[in-house]
Design a protein around this ligand. Structure first.
Ligand SMILES: Cc1cc2nc3c(=O)[nH]c(=O)nc-3n(C[C@H](O)[C@H](O)[C@H](O)COP(=O)(O)OP(=O)(O)OC[C@H]3O[C@@H](n4cnc5c(N)ncnc54)[C@H](O)[C@@H]3O)c2cc1C
Length: 537
């Protein structure tokens, strides 16, 4: 399969609204380009937009926006020296939805910045390679409880309710198109090609060192939200034996894998999670001669149908959907053990992702297999072995996930040392230690970083970490669709802090001591009863 290029998929940042609604419908139908052989593609192909669908969608959305009413006025007291109340780093699904939440709360002077160009933010048109989202199609999304802004409303209005019912899960490019529509509909502006380089504290304000289309700039903000994605708290996890190889012979799944150059080549994939199978499938569909996937484990985890002997259902403190937002409140020991369990169990691979690769005879899964003695081969490839068996690859794909290492995140270079980690605040029982867990930030209830020591670095409370590093504190992969349930908590915390910041007691006193002035009695004058003054009076 040839993935659509970013240019082909880019949505212009500014197009007229009616055109955008039509464009959304067209993009969805044509969204899978050359990949026409899967169940997901067949489903989208079978669901042409209903006649007048885009007009109907626009009408329906206009009504919904009218019914929820205008955005409230900005109530936040300005603060001298601050350019912004809130800066959100990341214009992906999290950043867009948090920005919308703040706007509906009446928090003004919020900026969303993204280093990417328009149409290239987030992962859905860049490094996500599966045909369908891995999560169920009925989860709540960024619509903040307004069903008319949901994926379902968007999709059903364009394609009909039967088409939604027929979907297995949400087609990946349909989700990307929906997010574009959501951004446009909610009028959320993103400053594209604007990269946060570094955060520098200045009292309790934050000086942001930015690169704006190649020009350095410094802007100050009172609040900063990291909605910078899975790689936003330490980067991709690249094993040392891969990192030392020449860069042209390997790519992490977060990178731009040169699939077109892999036709006729032998490809190795290290790792056995969903992204490993997706990358393997695209390599095979691109004509790779052989793809070898190496898993240290003895089995591939996928959601098998429950058997009568299955383990008992998970207790509610282990991911029960309707109380996910309460997970932060769990005792540390439960949050820690939930993390250990998640770390032990590789996330399961959706069955369709597994089957997409397995249908190729030239795909080989090597279980219980760790590649060793990996080195650049003389003729430009990579050599390695498993036990006594030797392998030679033209290209190696590291499907090895992400790491949480605040010290490795460039934006945090000046401040990471001051941030409290789980290792500082929680002592696990013997046998339950985890270096990975200990390196996660120990976050406050509003996703804010906390200072490591009791004195100083209070500015950290103004930096909110809505990315994968929050997973241990919040018991949920933060950034995933299910984590939208935690966004009201984040928005509420930011609003509370801004509300309490700089309370002007003198202005308050003046206000409450201002004598009350009665409005004109004209509207009721006619019926006011008159009484004679009593003799005593
Ligand atoms: C391959 C893959 C598949 C996934 N599939 C699913 C799924 O099916 N269901 C699900 O619920 N979750 C899934 N997830 C998890 C999660 O939903 C996605 O990662 C999602 O994109 C997270 O959205 P986000 O807005 O938090 O971050 P992202 O979409 O990653 O957006 C972060 C943005 O921050 C910007 N940015 C980063 N650093 C800076 C900086 N210094 N300055 C300016 N901008 C910056 C980036 O350019 C990017 O646009 C998947 C994740 C991956 C990696």
């Amino acid at each position: 399969m040839k993935e659509r290029t970013q240019q082909e998929e880019a949505t212009p940042s500014q197009i007229d609204r009616r055109g955008f609604f039509r464009g959304a419908a067209a993009l969805t139908v044509g969204g899978f380009g050359a990949a026409a052989s899967t169940q997901a593609d067949a489903q989208t192909a079978l669901a042409p937009p209903s006649p007048n669908a885009s007009e109907q969608l626009e009408e329906q959305t206009q009504s919904a926006l009218r019914w929820i009413g205008r955005d409230p006025a900005d109530w936040v007291r300005p603060r001298a020296g601050a350019d912004h109340n809130v800066v959100i780093v990341g214009g992906g699904q999290s950043g867009l939805s948090i920005a919308y939440g703040l706007r509906r709360k009446g928090v003004g002077r919020v900026q969303v910045i993204d280093r990417a160009a328009p149409g290239e933010t987030g992962i859905w048109r860049t490094i996500a390679r599966m045909h369908q989202l891995r999560t169920p199609k009925t989860l709540a999304g960024p619509e903040l409880g307004n069903p008319a802004l949901s994926f379902r409303a968007w999709y059903e209005t364009l394609h009909g309710t039967a088409a939604f019912d027929e979907l297995d899960r949400i087609p990946r490019t349909a989700w990307a198109d929906y997010l574009d529509w959501f951004q446009q509909t909610t009028g959320t502006m993103v400053r594209y090609r604007t990269r946060l380089i570094e955060v520098e504290p200045q009292g309790d304000l934050l000086r942001l060192h930015l690169d704006v289309e190649g020009t350095p700039r410094v802007e100050t903000t009172r609040k900063l939200v990291f909605a910078n994605g899975y790689a936003g708290a330490g980067g991709p996890n690249v094993p040392d034996f891969v990192r030392v190889l020449p860069p042209q012979v390997w790519t992490h799944t977060t990178g731009n894998i040169p699939f077109n150059a892999l036709a006729g080549k032998i490809v190795g994939v290290v790792g056995a999670g969903s992204s490993a199978f997706d990358a393997a499938a695209v390599a095979l569909e691109s004509g790779a001669a052989e793809v070898h996937l190496f898993s240290r484990r003895s089995y591939i985890d996928y959601p098998a149908p429950p058997s009568p002997q299955a383990a008992p259902a998970a207790p509610p403190d282990r991911g029960y959907a309707n109380v996910l937002e309460q997970s932060y409140e769990l005792p540390d020991v439960v949050r820690w053990r939930n993390f250990l369990l998640g770390d032990r169990r590789v996330a399961s691979v959706p069955l369709d992702s597994l089957l997409r690769a397995v249908e190729f005879d030239n795909f080989h899964i090597h279980l219980n297999s760790s590649l060793t003695d990996v080195a650049a081969a003389g003729d430009g490839g990579v050599a390695g072995r498993v036990g006594n068996e030797r392998f030679k690859f033209d290209h190696l794909i590291a499907a090895t996930g992400y790491r949480i290492d605040l010290a490795a995140q460039p934006e945090l270079a000046r401040i990471h040392d001051a941030i409290a980690r789980w290792g500082d605040r929680y002592q696990p029982a013997a046998g339950e230690e985890s270096a990975a867990g200990a390196s996660h930030p120990y976050l406050g209830a509003g996703f804010e970083f906390l200072p490591r020591s009791s004195s100083g670095a209070e500015y950290l409370r103004n930096i909110h970490c809505f990315n994968l590093a929050a997973a241990l504190s919040f018991g949920i992969p933060v950034g995933d669709v299910p984590s939208v349930v935690d966004q009201p908590r984040l928005v509420g915390a930011i609003a509370r802090d801004l509300f309490l910041d700089g309370i002007d007691t003198a202005a308050h006193e003046r206000f409450i001591n201002t004598p009350l002035t009665a409005p004109s009695s004209a509207p009721y004058e006619r019926v006011v009863a008159t009484h004679e003054q009593s003799a005593a009076a």
